[in-house]
Design a protein around this ligand. Sequence first.
Ligand SMILES: C[S@@+](CC[C@H](N)C(=O)[O-])C[C@H]1O[C@@H](n2cnc3c(N)ncnc32)[C@H](O)[C@@H]1O
Length: 219
Amino acid sequence: MDISFTQASTWEGRTFRNSRSLNVASRAASDMAFRVSRLLARRGALVTSIEPAEPLFGHSVRMEEQLQQGIELIQADLTTARLDRQFDAVVANMVLLSIDDWESAFEVCASALRPGGRLIFSIDHPIVSAAHNEWRSEGRLCISNYIQIRPVPRPVATDFHRRLSDYLNALRRHGLWFERIEEPTLPSEALADSDAPPHAALLQHLPPFVVVSAVKANQ
Ligand SMILES: C[S@@+](CC[C@H](N)C(=O)[O-])C[C@H]1O[C@@H](n2cnc3c(N)ncnc32)[C@H](O)[C@@H]1O
């Protein structure tokens, strides 16, 4: 179950038709595989997708061979990637939180945008990344330290807790204007879904993600 993108209206209203879009970190390990790139392509975007990790990149290649959506795939680390063209939109769904040197990644995303182009990124809501790990089973958030930036070990990788202000204040440093922020929650009808997590009821009142859009300044 993924609500970070599918329910954010920053995303929902946009057609992306004929826009040149860059999707960073296309994770392709599950049935949800490669979903943001595919969603963009279905909406008419010309999609370029970056993923550094070999198994995930390999899976994306196989998916694209199967589905033939015209998605260009690049295997690269976002902190050092060199992109030789400009994009109308850069989408970074749940990626910046996984990168230690996230400001370098942010800089690559911002530089890849044409003036007026849009960066859309989502992260774990900082109230969630600041909470003690047991929050899912306890049914409530317990936070004792929001301020300290720190690694958050996860089962498959390490994410990082940062303050919302760290991300929002970085926009101006990278030539972007804040446009909109959303805190999507789970709609009640999703509680009946077979893949609803045990703490789904809590997610009706507590937004697990933040989705931000920002526009590249004209200089
Ligand atoms: C939580 S997953 C999210 C993936 C995907 N965007 C999605 O919506 O499912 C984090 C992703 O960040 C990628 N990642 C981690 N470090 C990265 C880096 N330095 N450059 C680019 N991607 C990175 C991982 O390979 C993984 O695909």
